[in-house]
Design a binder for this molecule. Structure first.
Ligand code: 2BA
Length: 107
């Protein structure tokens, strides 16, 4: 058995969630925050059998867009930090960790 941790952009999360559940996957969606951009994203916890991993990844991939986001560049102005431009950051699609599960118990 495997545990997928899939970090998905919030704009894609509804589609990922809907498609995974409609295809029979059991998922938990957690609200999370990216440490770099500090934007909200969604982390899906998905427990599945080994032979379902490819199908789950396909659903996540199909519904997760690559996008560009603007990140303000900041300069120090006394005690304040002042935006002086933007950097374009490439974000996504999804970031997925695949972990082995030692034991699964549903009580
Ligand atoms: P964030 O940490 O907000 O990162 C957003 C995007 O900023 C990343 O897109 C990447 O393009 C860039 N980025 C992140 N950290 C950076 C750094 N130290 N220096 C320069 N650029 C950086 P993605 O790679 O698509 O990641 C999207 C979100 O997935 C991340 O949001 C984070 O929440 C999660 N994530 C990605 N890789 C991860 C990892 N190795 N461990 C844990 N979470 C990860």
């Amino acid at each position: 058995m495997k545990l997928l941790l899939a970090i998905v952009n919030n704009d894609d999360a509804h589609f990922v969630n809907t498609c995974l559940t409609s295809e029979g996957f059991h998922v938990t969606k957690i609200s999370s925050t990216g440490g770099f951009l500090m934007n909200g994203n969604s982390t899906f916890i998905i427990g599945i059998e080994d032979d379902q991993v490819d199908a789950a990844l396909e659903v996540i991939k199909r519904n997760s867009q690559k996008r560009q986001m603007n990140m303000p560049t900041l300069e120090h102005g006394g005690s304040a930090r002042i935006a002086n431009g933007t950097n374009v950051i490439n974000v996504g699609g999804a970031t997925v960790f695949i972990l082995g599960v030692e034991k699964y118990i549903h009580l």
